[in-house]
Design a protein around this ligand. Sequence first.
Ligand code: C2E
Ligand code: MG
Ligand code: MG
Length: 436
Amino acid sequence: MPESTFKVEGYAVNLHYDALTGLPNRLCFIQLLDVALDAVPEELAVLFIDLDRFQQINGALGYAAGDKLLQAVTSRLRGLAGVDGLAGRVGGDEFAVVSSSKTEQYLDALRVPYQIDHHQLFVTASIGVAIFPKQGLNATELLRNADLAMCRAKASGRDAIEIFVPEDPTPVLERLQLENSLRSALENGELDLVYQPVVNMNGTVDALEALLTWRHPVHGTIPPRRFIPIAEEIGLIVPIGAWVMEQACIQGARWLKSGYRNACISVNVSARQFERRDFVAQVAEALRIAGFPAERLELELTESYLMRNLPESVYRMREIRELGVSISIDDFGTGYSSLSYLSKLPVDSLKIDQSFLRRLLEPKGSLPVVESIVRLAHGMHLVVVAEGVETEAELDLVRVLGCDKVQGHVYGPAVGPDEAGELLARNAVLALVSRF
Ligand code: C2E
Ligand code: MG
Ligand code: MG
């Protein structure tokens, strides 16, 4: 036990410390922080750190593995906080830290893969920051505000840092309004599909990924990351997803008719859709209605839900592949990715999450992780797609690392069906990479 164990009525109260990690618990952390604040005249940052998708690791690998991960995280946090810092476990997978290390260092340190039992785990964290004294005058306030900021980091897509900003209560209202108008968006024809090219290393378009956009009559264009989570929560993703599947197949058939024989269509699938018993029948129906060949359709699934019930997922994935449709794992590396699970999944390709691309060129960045993902994927004969490639430098690097395909702003954002059709017609991207 750490030395600063509190004395209450003459007893050393170890109850204040978390048995698993040896860190101060929430109550103890608050007490220690208040003591520290008395002694600190200048600024001090409180970090609230929440592991991303920790529950899935518990669910898939068991609590013993989850516990080991928490211990491994603790030792990294301790290392960074140093002897002068303060770290606490303030919830199941929540930690709080006060230290002089830069916040980015915490994100980076936590992201280095963990070796737990026989699994290599890629774990990220969402971090909220509140600064004393302007964002909280005491420990309770600081912790609460850092927690609120952490929720924003989660909402922004995880693996991120957010600093606390005082807010009025509009977000709740805004969300309610969004929810209400989303219910009628499909009927009102406000949803559209745009298409982003997935490009081979020789510069030809390999596929077009269908991405939803919402053209809201008042708020303008709303990106999917803002409304898909709401649609998932309230179940609307099921009819919306069915519409997407059908529209994408119809559009694909149109392009085929126009003679563009070179492209496949990729469609994103949510947990709620995938878990429905009639999902495969729906996919078959969409293909039939559109008259689109199954071989040209690819479904993008994410690990997070595939791992919830692995045998069931594998069964469903086999059914999908029996239709002739291929499967890719989207946002790979963001949940946890373990070799042994991946080898059980009947998949064709992996799309490396763009958070890795963002840190590819940084010193001590994600390069080794990407390198090992590519090696592991190729070992399983999977095609590797690098997502979110924005610059020529990143393009060069993912090529060297052996990625097979690229998607990202370097080749252009998602565009409407007409423009995407032109892209297919001209295979315009070829010009961009004529130097190869
Ligand atoms: P995703 O499937 O991983 O799609 C890629 C996202 O990355 C798209 O965001 C795309 O616009 C963005 N992106 C592509 N290249 C770059 C780049 O170079 N830099 C950066 N910063 N971003 C890039 P978008 O359109 O906002 O979609 C976000 C997510 O929403 C998608 O991530 C997907 O998970 C979900 N989504 C979109 N459409 C659908 C849909 O029809 N059904 C379901 N279930 N989910 C969808
Ligand atoms: Mg996708
Ligand atoms: Mg993705």
